[in-house]
Ligand binder design. Sequence first.
Ligand SMILES: Cc1cc2nc3c(=O)[nH]c(=O)nc-3n(C[C@H](O)[C@H](O)[C@H](O)COP(=O)(O)OP(=O)(O)OC[C@H]3O[C@@H](n4cnc5c(N)ncnc54)[C@H](O)[C@@H]3O)c2cc1C
Length: 446
Amino acid sequence: MMKWNAWGDPAEAKPLSEGIRSLIKQALGVEEPPAEELEPEQVRLRPSALSPGDREGLAAIVGAEYCGVDDRARLLRAGGKSTLDLLRRKDSGVQDAPDAILLPGGEEEIAAVLRFCADHSIAIVPFGGGTSVVGGLDPIRGDFKAVVSLDLRRLGALHALDEISGEAELGAGLTGPEAERLLGERGFSLGHFPQSFQFATIGGFAAYGFYAFVPPYFSRTFGLDYATIGLIAGLAGGVAVGLGIVAGGFLADALAKRDMRWYALVPAIGCLIALPSYLLAVLQTDWRAAAALLAMAGFFQYASLGPTFGVVQNVVAHRRRATATAVLYICLNVFALGGGPLFTGWVIDRFAEAGFHAENAGWIPPSGGRSSFLFNCPGGEGATAANRSSCRATLTRATRRGIEVTLLFFAWASIHYLLASLGIAKALKAAAWRADLASSVQSESI
Ligand SMILES: Cc1cc2nc3c(=O)[nH]c(=O)nc-3n(C[C@H](O)[C@H](O)[C@H](O)COP(=O)(O)OP(=O)(O)OC[C@H]3O[C@@H](n4cnc5c(N)ncnc54)[C@H](O)[C@@H]3O)c2cc1C
């Protein structure tokens, strides 16, 4: 069982040796002994804001024993395991927590809880293993009356396993080790081992643009197992990308000896070659050809990285280099890695919805609901086994189209790099002149 205010299982904790303790004290300049840890009973929690009526309504859905408002249960679901989360747990003031904990026993109960909460203005935070490090479990009420934590641990079964495609249907509340055990009994492996494997759940695993969609693409389009997809992602996304980064840096430095514009032209050409390679990759009907083209695209795309970082470091003043790198990383992480997958996922969803609707125009689903993808496909209220193959085909096409749309951003990037090449020589020379001037002023004053 994970500690409420720290990472890991206390039963497996190993005390630090005296030598390591004194090294840490010296390195960090710590003089005082560590502050006493709060016991869970000492934590003052904001009282539950759930009204008795709402509590009764929710308890009627999941059962009274699975609808808890006691402080201990609420404290255990009060947030994730980031440094900020753990620091918050040390706060001796009033701490926030969800207003109730619900442990639904199945999909029907979840659907009923969602309907109830929507009707009664109650926010819901799904809770898997509680290992989030990005604030995803914060009990934020916003404009809602209350917020409840929907703990999915009771959904802990392996529902189905297709031994030919290797596709498994797993309960969202299964932790990594439990899922591995259940699959292992049938000779299979999950193939996904994040550092938080021990506690994180399948739901949490499921919850980065294009690369984030490589595994689903290979799974949905070619029905490959996760071991093969892992190998493709490692070779195409790791080895080829790594080689591209090194090659791009060497090539740009070598060519820039003759003309500084190469610092922008190498990335521009890289992106221009990457775009059709990615597009060709998603048009392949053979996964080996798709993987080879993907590796080639990754190599050329990432050739831009070295020159980009080099130019950023050289056009800013010495004292701004750390800030410039930080800003570049913010852009990479927030816009590319954060916004990219969100955008790709959103586009895929739109294509899936439009595709399903067009294909099933005029069809009235047996459930009586709309002919919408979200409603009729796995995860939706009206999903049936009969819809599966149509949903799968729609999703395969939508994933391909979504990736194609996202790839157009490479064309946009190339245009920027080409524009940058027009003024880059001047900017680099001006920066070098400023640096020379600064060092001569400094040596004169010495
Ligand atoms: C020490 C440590 C190491 C880590 N290492 C890795 C790593 O190597 N790789 C990696 O990718 N991440 C890592 N993480 C981050 C985190 O563990 C993962 O994101 C993990 O997949 C979260 O799973 P969880 O079950 O704990 O989800 P939770 O933390 O419970 O939830 C995460 C988010 O998903 C939502 N959610 C949970 N279940 C569902 C569901 N069924 N349906 C809809 N939404 C849901 C929650 O509301 C929350 O917003 C690490 C975290 C820690 C603390």
